[in-house]
Design a protein around this ligand. Structure first.
Ligand SMILES: *Cc1c(COP(=O)(O)O)cnc(C)c1O
Length: 332
């Protein structure tokens, strides 16, 4: 990847003249069956540009209650675009079309807020890497398209969903007006995400990217890492998924209240510590002392993510250390 970056051909991408960025954009648009793509410095920017294109100020985007767009982008939709949000609840972030259909309020007239777009996260990060069923996506699409409601996919981890489910990227792409995808998560690029849509919408988003200060110059050195990641690292995600499952099974043996290993489908292992005295932060600190890095994402929610920098030796260490530290936490 570093070699690909060092030897990348570059140009000024603000003028659309960086051949490596152009190649990456064409390549990713094609993979998802979209007309065009826009390279962005972050997934948050790709999400925000996309929903800005779909929802006018004072209109409403609806999303799952623990989605990244709602919880982890610091209110950007409201701050930058005047978009209001409402949310539906779910188990592990899992999409059920009926949950969404129950709360949509399209064409609400001059006195009430109108729903104009729905955002779906796949895989669902805070849900524990949950894969969204393609049949539910399809059902939601069919029932909302006729109402004039658009759909956006927050596909930061769509690569994981694709590898684990076998559903083609273009099959996911087909059901959404806009998509965001990240190169900087499991694919292992240092930086970079793309926003995908029709040519018309991407052309408009390109102006907004510049307005937000996200137009980058000779950024082919980073785009080259993205191309490398798609060509070489996508197929490695399977290993992350296998290891996450193995880790989940080991944890479940310590206490089934911590995790249902059957629910681990991709590279995220989310531990529910609500039946334990210990907080996620303390457990995370204890694991760090042992050289295992985790995220305390809630007072009682600890997230472990497998990734391709982990070696077989690391896996052996995790399977030894985790049960020991957890058993200790269980009794203390
Ligand atoms: C990481 C992530 C993003 C984008 O995050 P950035 O840090 O802005 O690149 C968006 N959605 C989900 C679900 C994510 O996990």
């Amino acid at each position: 990847m570093r070699d690909a970056m060092a030897s990348a051909e570059v140009g000024d991408d603000v003028y659309g003249e960086d051949p490596t960025v152009n190649l990456l954009e064409e390549k990713v648009a094609k993979l998802f069956g979209k007309e065009a793509a826009l390279f962005c410095p972050s997934g948050s920017l790709a999400n925000q540009l996309a929903i800005r294109m779909l929802v006018a100020p004072g209109e409403e985007l609806i999303s799952e209650t623990n989605s990244h767009i709602v919880r982890a982008e610091l209110g950007a939709a409201a701050v930058f675009s005047g978009i209001t949000t409402r949310t539906w609840e779910s188990d592990r972030g899992l999409l059920k079309a009926d949950d969404v259909l129950k709360i949509i309020k399209p064409n609400s007239g001059p006195y009430l807020v109108s729903t104009t777009a729905i955002a779906i996260e796949n895989t669902h990060n805070f849900g524990g890497g949950t894969i969204q069923p393609i049949l539910e996506i399809e059902k939601l699409r069919n029932q909302t398209k006729v109402l004039g409601i658009s759909m956006h996919l927050d596909g930061a981890r769509i690569w994981n969903a694709h590898i684990a489910s076998g559903v083609k990227l273009a099959e996911y792409g087909k059901h959404f007006d806009t998509l965001s995808v990240c190169l900087s998560k499991g694919l292992g690029s240092p930086i970079g995400s793309l926003m995908l849509s029709s040519q018309e919408i991407v052309t408009k988003a390109r102006q907004w990217r510049k307005r937000y200060g996200g137009g980058m110059r000779q950024v082919g050195i980073i785009a080259a890492a993205g191309i490398y990641a798609i060509e070489n690292n996508l197929s490695l995600l399977n290993l992350d998924h296998k290891r996450a499952k193995l880790i989940a099974e080991i944890i479940e043996k310590v206490s089934p209240s911590l995790i249902d290993a059957n629910s681990v489908e991709t590279n995220i292992v989310g531990l529910d510590l609500s039946e334990f005295q210990i907080t996620a932060k303390t457990l995370s600190d204890e694991l760090k002392e042992e050289g295992i890095l985790t995220s305390a994402l809630g007072p009682k929610y600890l997230r472990l993510v497998t990734h391709f920098d982990i070696t077989e030796q690391d896996v052996a260490k995790i399977t030894e250390v985790l049960p020991r530290v957890l058993k200790h936490a269980l009794v203390s």
